[in-house]
Design a protein around this ligand. Sequence first.
Ligand code: TYD
Length: 153
Amino acid sequence: MARFIGRNKAESGANIVIDDCQIIDLPRITDPRGNLTFIEGGRHLPFEIKRVYYLYDVPGGAERGGHAHKDLKQLIVALSGSFDVRLDDGRAQKTVHLNRGYNGLYVCSMIWREITNFSSGAVCLVIASNHYDESDYYRDYAGFVTDAQRVAR
Ligand code: TYD
């Protein structure tokens, strides 16, 4: 499993940085009949699984995301096809290309994310630490940056 540098600091709210978002290598059972990957709560993710949703039938050129979460943690997996996830903690940015069903991108709280460059037929699986709650969203980038930069680093 990938290491979560600074995860405890991030969870305490003392220090949240882009490097807390890392690729998790998920288990892979390869088989001539087709490969199998599984994700077990409490074992493969640094949060309790409360919700699963997925993006599909994404038209060419479309962008998803464009928001941050105050508390929610997520794992993003390209179940099929590929896409780019741009992450921004209010100071630093990085873009991660996802194209393997056995690689999950852990996205911690207080990270602005934009998902772009969906390939044809791409399916984006998201495993989340809580139920849907609109009050947990930042949908205004300037407001997010103000709050993110207020956090001591
Ligand atoms: P949003 O999170 O903005 O989508 P994305 O980040 O993938 O671009 O959600 C789009 C809409 O779907 C919004 O009206 C809220 C609704 N929604 C739910 O009702 N439940 C959910 O679990 C999610 C993720 C979204």
